[in-house]
Design a protein around this ligand. Structure first.
Ligand SMILES: [Zn+2]
Length: 145
């Protein structure tokens, strides 16, 4: 099987059995009762984790789930993209757009002006570092002024 054929196969599978959702980042999932197929899918994609989902009722079969979340999702769906249908594409675009908005929002919230040198910088999540840029914080300039 060529690479193109492999991705076409994976895309077909994802089209039918996959999901894309958005929490704090985009997440792809493929859940099936056939472990071998899920493993082959993971191998084709080349990344992501696999987990086992125990049967919820005794007469159900337990399932296997491939998943991947975060920034890499964009690249993975890029590979599957040519083989996906319109409905899936719309759904994916929607999730990625929400992610872009989320990231932009984080940037706006984290943008600060350094109280020592006036540089605009992206603060980390450390509250103490939020008033001064990294250079001023390191050099101790904030404590002299
Ligand atoms: Zn500074």
């Amino acid at each position: 099987m060529t690479n193109t054929q492999a991705f076409a196969w994976a895309a077909g599978l994802f089209e039918g059995e996959g999901t894309i959702s958005f929490g704090v980042s985009p997440q792809l999932r493929l859940t099936m009762t056939d472990e071998e197929v899920v493993r082959r899918f993971a191998e084709t994609i080349g990344e992501g984790g696999i987990c086992e989902i125990p049967a919820q009722q005794h007469n159900w079969r337990h399932a296997w789930c491939w998943y991947k979340a975060g920034r890499r999702v964009e690249e993975i769906v890029g590979k599957l993209w040519p083989f996906l249908g319109e409905r899936r594409r719309t759904q994916i675009m929607d999730v990625l757009r929400r992610y872009d908005v989320y990231l932009a929002d984080q940037c706006i919230k984290r943008t600060r002006t350094c109280e020592a040198c006036g540089e605009v910088f992206l603060s980390g999540y450390n509250k103490h570092a939020a008033r001064w840029c990294r250079a001023c914080w390191r050099s101790g300039r904030n404590r002299r002024s």
